[in-house]
Structure formats: C-alpha cells, structure tokens
Design a protein around this ligand. Structure first.
Ligand code: PDD
Length: 286
C-alpha cells in the first residue's frame, strides 16, 4: 500500500508529495514540527501537541496555515487513508516558499507550507526496549539557545544519535554547565529514594507533552517530583532513570557512560509510570 501524505491541502501518494526548493524549511530550517503518537487508531495527547505547536509558531512570528480543528481533521483523515493502527503522525509547518533565497522573512502573505505524514509502528506500545532498558552516553549540548521551540533544526541531535550508536548505545543525554538538559529527542529523568527528578522548564529544553502528562500522573499517584537540573554523576548514582517522548512514552535507561544505573535493569517506578501513562493516555485518546 502506498503511503498517503498531506501537502498544502492535498492528499497525495508519497512519491507525488513535493515542496519547492525555495521552501524556508529546506533552506533555513525555518520551520516547526510536532510528532503525535497513534495507538489503536487514536491520537495520544493531541491537544497538548497543538497547543505547543501554536506556541512554537507564535515564538517565531510564523503564520498558522489553519486552525486546530482542521489539523485534527487532517490527522484523522491520514489515520483512515493509511489504515494506521499504531505509529506516529509527523506534522511540519514552514514559513513557506518565496521565489528566492533571502535571510529576511518573506512577505507576511506568503503561504506557510504544511506537511503531514504517518509512520506505521505496529506494536508501538510493546517495544522490547521497555523490558531491557536503554544505554545512553553523555555529550556536550551544542544546540542553539531556544530549545523550547520545536524547530526542525535537528542536526546536532542527529549527530548525538550517531555518537551514541558509535559507542554501542541507544541515545545521548546532553550536558550543559555540568547538568543534563535532555536526550536527543526526549526528556531525561532520574529517580533517587523514590523522588522523580527532571530538569525544570526553561529555554534549555523542549517542554515535552509526555513530560507534562507523566509528571501529572506521578503527582496524582502521590509520587514526589523535583523539577531541577541534575548532573551525570547524580544520574549514575541514581536508583533508576528513564526518558519520555511521544514515540517512546516512558522508556527505562539502565546505563550512562558505561556505568550501570541502579540494578542495571529497568526499575519498578519507571515501569509503573509507563503503565499509568499508557493506560491513561489510551483512555483519553481521540
Ligand atoms: N521528539 N526533547 C526533545 C529535544 C525532543 O525532540 C522531544 C520530542 C522531547 C519529548 O517531547 P514530547 O514528549 O512532546 O514528544 C523532548 C519527537 C518525538 C521527535 O523529534 O521525534
């Protein structure tokens, strides 16, 4: 079956879905994106993702191509047209395609580019990694200063992923001024003496939608949460560690820079949070 992709108002077979070479996303990484997961054909945390999308657009003075209700319709139409059961929907908006390359933003009436496509991942919620845990390395955080905006400039995170692979690991945690910011495409957490510790929100990290939900569920379950920076040494001495993102939900981390965390196996708190997150998110899925 050919994947059907959405481009600027049209549903097209993927080999016919095209954008201009002058697109600002292509030339300047002048674009924002969202990744929403789909379980049993339903959208997880859709509201959170559209709210963050609006915030990203506002922070960059970028025009929205349509309202949130229309975005929801497009998401649902793509799920239907692609028979998507489990997976993700990727959405990207760029500042459009003026007819030349220019650092200055194009005229405000330039139509933004809107692209959405599906990624099928059967059994997304039953990832074997949830049983074994991930191994991560630490690397210097060399990204720009507005990581709270979900832009498509992902070269450094991509380099980080390759550094992790070269070290025989699954991901990299980025470190700035001695403290962990986040993973290449996820938020980072440790657990010490029953307290969940994760970096506080700011311009240094992306305000994860999964993070917000997981912390809410944790507090509702009377777990203690501390939002503050933590170091690599603190993480290595923690009882447990994990990450969150739309595509991995809650995923245990069992090793950092070659050192086992806790027992070296996924811990009970991360496992419980994963269970609660999946259960509650499935219930609230639309
Ligand atoms: N990444 N931090 C970074 C740098 C991210 O790229 C992401 C998401 C997160 C987690 O945010 P959320 O819980 O809203 O997915 C944190 C997506 C999944 C991606 O780039 O594929």
């Amino acid at each position: 079956m050919t994947r059907i992709v959405y481009v600027n108002g049209e549903y097209l077979p993927e080999d016919q879905a095209k954008v201009s070479v002058f697109d600002r996303g292509f030339l300047f990484a002048d674009g924002v994106y969202e990744v929403t997961s789909v379980l049993d054909g339903k959208l997880i945390d859709f509201d959170g993702h559209t709210k963050r999308l609006t915030r990203s657009l506002n922070e960059l003075d970028m025009r929205a191509p349509c309202d949130s209700a229309t975005l929801l319709e497009i998401h649902r139409e793509l799920v239907t047209r692609n028979d998507l059961v489990d997976g993700m929907i990727y959405l990207q908006i760029t500042r459009g395609a003026p007819n030349d390359r220019d650092f200055a933003y194009p005229a405000p009436e330039t139509e933004p580019t809107l692209v959405l496509f599906t990624q099928s991942k059967p059994g997304l919620a039953d990832s074997p990694m949830a049983k074994t845990g991930m191994k991560v390395i630490s690397i210097e955080d060399q990204r720009w200063g507005r990581r709270d905006i979900k832009t498509v400039q992902l070269l450094y995170p991509s380099m980080g992923k390759m550094m992790a692979k070269a070290a025989g690991c699954d991901d990299a945690w980025m470190v700035e001024d001695g403290a962990v910011t986040e993973g290449t495409s996820n938020n980072a957490y440790i657990i010490k003496d029953g307290t969940i510790i994760t970096r506080n929100l700011g311009t240094e990290i992306l305000h994860g939608i999964t993070r917000a939900a997981v912390l809410r569920f944790a507090r509702e379950a009377q777990m203690k949460v501390e939002e503050r920076p933590f170091t690599v040494a603190e993480a290595q001495a923690a009882d447990e560690a994990f990450i969150t993102s739309a595509s991995t939900f809650v995923m245990p981390v069992v090793e950092l820079d070659g050192q086992s965390i806790g027992t070296g196996k996924p811990g009970p708190v991360a496992a419980r949070l994963r269970e609660i997150y999946l259960e509650e998110s499935r219930k609230a899925a639309i």
